[in-house]
Design a protein around this ligand. Structure first.
Ligand code: SF4
Length: 437
């Protein structure tokens, strides 16, 4: 009989093969509802696989076309859940995270809180803008793996008020203990992504006290990243999806037409240099472009000091690529071990921020289970433990509400298209930021 998988190997295989649900399960009572948001990636079931290095969070595909062929079956035995491998009989105990109480509450404006943000692993994910404008072209220029155009505004609020986002983050911090809010938006057109996000970041820093992450399409106006950092952004991520330019152009036609890969790289390199190792992510999808391209992407991302965020491709229902095959476990294991080693070689701090577990990807921290536990592995572990100790008081300070700045008028130069003082655009932006004009 093949040996049992370690927690990260099981996570990878579940991403690749999905999970069937046995009739013994009572997920309506025990689990979070399935959220079809965030490019469709969060459409699965969140599970926690306990492990001796760390527990692993995984958002497992349960409804895609390939799932009925999966050997994995979720069963409930004596009120505990297990993933059973029906091919070899191995069983893995897992936990199903509860639905947070605040999901059924409303904000003071009457907005249901789960329509403002949802937990993705242990952090709060907010899709801030009303959609992605790539979907409004005919034919659509949306990324071919994405279902955002089908979800936003149906399963969650199309436009989110800053006050609603702040209240939901306050509830999620108080009840679920979140430390991180990740704000994400599709293409907003006319380089508006960061402008739209800024007031949310400021509100979260001043009224909640959480770490903040921003993921919007990149701006060619690099001064805006300095401005957003002044508003309180702790982390930027850039989804350029595919390293191979042909795959990028073919699968992400909107990003190719309006931005180009170079715009992603410029923003990634600029912010990585300014913010230091591990504070910026380059996000790619593994399992579609050739493996060598994915490994090249990892070398590029870690080589500039950024953090690799690697999604295993999921042929999400409703996406143009819903019939594309799910990747092979062996390939994805190779990618994830390579990712861990690239972080080690480039001294990228992983798993340092407190209580942030991501269920949509295999994080470099999860991938600690994959390599041989030799001297190199131990030295990196010691370095990471030291980094956690040093960072602890810094994070404690960030987790208290505090005043931030972020007046866009401070950054008039260095931009190819600065916002002109006195224009409607400048007044509108200043009003939303609470800056006097
Ligand atoms: S940019 Fe692409 S992946 Fe992001 S929301 Fe738009 S279509 Fe989806």
């Amino acid at each position: 009989m093949p040996s049992k998988l370690n927690p990260c190997e099981l996570q990878i295989d579940l991403f690749c093969r999905g999970l069937r649900i046995d009739a013994s399960c009572t997920l309506e009572e025990d689990a979070r509802f399935l959220s079809r948001t965030r490019a469709g990636l969060g459409s699965g079931l969140d599970l926690v696989i306990p492990g001796e290095l760390k527990d692993i969070w995984v958002n497992v595909p349960v409804e895609e076309d390939f799932v009925p062929d999966s050997p994995y079956l979720l069963v409930r035995v004596d009120s505990e859940y297990r993933v059973r491998d029906t091919g070899n009989g191995h069983e893995y105990p897992v936990e199903i995270p509860d639905e947070p109480r605040w999901y059924t509450e409303t904000t003071s404006k009457g907005t249901p809180m789960h329509r403002v943000g949802v937990l993705q692993g242990t952090y709060l994910g907010i899709y801030v803008s009303n959609s992605c404008s790539f979907w409004y072209h005919s034919p659509s220029l949306g990324c071919k793996f994405c279902t955002t155009g089908l979800n936003v505004g149906v399963n969650e609020s199309a436009e989110k008020e800053v006050d609603d986002v702040v209240e939901v983050a306050q509830a999620a911090k108080a009840e679920s203990g979140i430390t991180f809010v990740h704000m994400n938006s599709g293409f907003a057109g006319k380089d508006r992504g960061l402008d739209i996000i800024a007031p949310y970041v400021k509100g979260l820093k001043e009224r909640v006290g959480v770490l903040t992450g921003v993921q919007v399409t990149p701006s060619p106006n690099l001064w805006k990243y300095d401005w957003l950092r002044d508003c309180g952004v702790d982390h930027f991520s850039f989804c350029y999806e595919f390293h191979n330019p042909k795959f990028f152009a073919e699968i992400c036609p909107g990003k190719e037409k309006f931005l180009g890969q170079r715009t992603f790289f410029n923003a990634l390199e600029y912010t990585a240099k300014k913010m230091g190792p591990g504070r910026v992510s380059g996000e790619i999808i593994a399992g579609v472009e050739p493996l060598e391209d994915t490994l090249r992407a990892i070398d590029y991302i870690t080589g500039i000091g950024a953090f690799p965020t690697i999604c295993i491709f999921r042929p999400t229902l409703g996406a143009e690529m819903e019939r594309h095959p799910s990747p092979r476990y062996e390939d994805m294991r190779t990618v994830m071990e390579y990712m861990w080693d690239a972080c080690r070689r480039n001294n990228i701090p992983i798993g340092v921020a407190p209580k942030i577990e991501v269920s949509l990807i295999v994080s470099p921290d999860d991938a600690r289970y994959l390599p041989k536990r030799n001297l190199k592995w131990r030295i990196y572990e010691l370095k990471l433990a030291a980094a956690r100790r040093v960072a602890k008081p810094l994070f404690a300070r960030e987790l208290k509400p505090h005043k931030v700045h972020g007046d866009p008028a401070k950054y008039p130069t260095g931009s190819p298209e600065p916002i002109q003082a006195g224009t409607d655009e400048a007044v509108d932006l200043a009003r939303r930021l609470g800056v006097n004009v």
